[in-house]
Design a protein around this ligand. Structure first.
Ligand SMILES: CC(C)(COP(=O)(O)OP(=O)(O)OC[C@H]1O[C@@H](n2cnc3c(N)ncnc32)[C@H](O)[C@@H]1OP(=O)(O)O)[C@@H](O)C(=O)NCCC(=O)NCCS
Length: 285
């Protein structure tokens, strides 16, 4: 493959433009997000990160980002795997967790997680709101603290979503795609017990919706509130004119998968997180 991988912790304005163009090009080509939303946000807002770039004939031909300190993880724009990049990254990090999207060839490593991308056609049957419960739109001024509490409790054991702080929420509600009419909360006796946050992906030939985050406080699970929130969230997407919606779910999350399965979601793709370590690779190279 022409060009070598170079690393930098801050992109020049020229590089940043190249990366954004490259990501947009891949997205148009693939018809889906080329890189995880948090990583894209780090490029857009030029926040510090470890960027890997491969130029060939003065054109950017590869981009990847490493993020996280304790267990650093990497994703290459387009969701692929690259042997040369792995070698270079392991010169810096003793261990790296690599996200590949879809059926990509991967070197040998240890599988850590499998994320399923599911999709459903709209509309789906609406689960009625139980008597005494109030479904309403998220109000940042009033709901931030309660939502963080509810969502963190529901995702307590989740590697990315269980420890959100105000800044994580604010960063997303300030994004151009944020639409409060697609962010629903459910109250019972004045307590925020469940929520469903949706998102519309605009920049594709066929616009589509996403269930971005959905959760029910553990004390309220098993009362069909998850079904209420997912179906009502899908309804907000239908009202915004999209014909299908997708979501990501860990393949180990059996309760959520059973819920999505019963609503007609089908598997589109599986993404894998694979751990590579310098020691193992060094001895097998
Ligand atoms: C997934 C989640 C939203 C489901 O909410 P819930 O209110 O507990 O689920 P419901 O009572 O509405 O159940 C709906 C369906 O989900 C499935 N389900 C729910 N709990 C289940 C369990 N413990 N085991 C198996 N299936 C289960 C069933 O299909 C159920 O349908 P049924 O009631 O007709 O049998 C909730 O468990 C949660 O917040 N989990 C943590 C956060 C999370 O994983 N979110 C989804 C990320 S993709």
């Amino acid at each position: 493959m022409p060009g070598t991988w170079e690393v930098t912790t801050s992109l020049t304005s020229h590089q940043r433009l190249d990366v954004l163009t490259w990501i947009n090009y891949l997205e148009a080509h693939l018809g889906r997000e080329a890189i995880d939303e948090a990583r894209r946000r780090a490029v857009v807002h030029a926040t510090p990160a470890q960027h890997w770039l491969r130029y060939a004939d003065a054109h950017l031909a590869g981009y990847a980002m490493v993020s996280g300190e304790l267990d650093p993880s990497l994703e290459m724009a387009g969701g692929g795997f690259d042997d040369d990049l792995l070698t270079r990254v392991l010169e810096i990090h003793p261990q790296i967790d690599w996200w590949t999207r879809g059926p990509q060839a991967r070197d040998s490593g240890v599988d850590l997680r499998t994320l399923q991308f599911l999709r459903v056609d709209l509309p789906v049957d609406l689960e009625p709101i139980p008597a005494g419960a109030l479904l309403r739109i998220f109000d940042p001024a009033r709901d931030e603290v309660a939502w963080l509490e509810q969502n963190n409790a529901a995702f307590a054991s989740h590697p990315e979503q269980g420890a959100w702080r105000r800044g994580d929420l604010d960063a997303r509600t300030r994004e151009p795609w944020f639409d409060p009419s697609g962010f629903l909360v459910l109250e019972i006796d004045g307590v925020l017990v469940a929520s469903c946050w949706t998102k519309v992906h605009e920049l594709y030939e066929e616009r589509f919706g996403e269930i971005y985050v959905v959760s029910v406080h553990p004390q309220y699970q098993g009362r069909r509130l998850g079904r209420v929130m997912v179906t009502q969230g899908l309804e907000t997407l239908r009202r915004r004119g999209v014909a299908s919606a997708g979501l990501f779910v860990d393949d180990s999350n059996l309760s959520a998968r059973a819920l999505y399965d019963s609503l007609g979601f089908r598997l589109v793709r599986e993404d894998h997180l694979t751990r590579f370590t310098r020691e193992v690779r060094g001895s097998s190279a």
